[in-house]
Design a protein around this ligand. Sequence first.
Ligand code: CA
Ligand code: CA
Ligand code: CA
Ligand code: CA
Length: 256
Amino acid sequence: MRDGYLNGESFTYRVSTCQVGAHYLFFEDDDKHANASVQYRFVVRFTPFSEVDECECRDDSFDGACQIPFAQPIEALIAPWFDDDPRDIDQDYFELDIGAPGVIEIEVLEVPGNIDLDLYVYGPGQEVDEIGVRNGYLNGEAFTYRVSTCQAGPHYLFFEDDDGQANALVQYRFVVRFTPFSEVDECECRDDSFDGACQIPFAQPIEALIAPWFDDDPRDIDQDYFELDIGAPGVIEIEVLEVPGNIDLDLYVHLR
Ligand SMILES: [Ca+2]
Ligand SMILES: [Ca+2]
Ligand SMILES: [Ca+2]
Ligand SMILES: [Ca+2]
């Protein structure tokens, strides 16, 4: 329903439906008393969800999540749902098939100018297993969000507009990539502690990642522990060959 505010005001109204069949609309003057000697004019357009948001008519919930592939752009719409529809704030749920621990990267390529897109990421435990949140700040802002997981199995994400009020005529677009820890940091899913330390050999380059852990994960500040098997007194030299440009790497050496 769209209530007029001003005499003579033209407007565009959008609303979504998951039903097929006859739909109806009617117009009337707001105070019901006026009549006019000239016509009002309007045009109706229709866009099927199959063209803009294939999963839209599933539940906005974990059960309704649409399984999506990695490394392929996905398009969806923050659709205009009417206030008294259970879906009134459009949330779009997606399911990722995560086969091993690793880093999930969600690159949002495009966001409509009136949408401030929020992203939530969950592990296999669904709502009790939140592993990441990326709150939007600006309308139309694209972003890349990374988060790690040590679990295998279905993972979930959903998008919504930050204030839940906006809807869009154009789609947002994103792509999800996954890098297993077996390729970048083999010991990452052990405890960040002396007990979890990974024994490493001498004279062989070791690679690891300061991985993106979510704030309320026990691992939120990534520490990587390594164990050296020292058989005799001597000098230990640790040559750090490469450090990513945004990392200021601290090193601690302990005798336990
Ligand atoms: Ca949608
Ligand atoms: Ca939806
Ligand atoms: Ca690490
Ligand atoms: Ca670690």
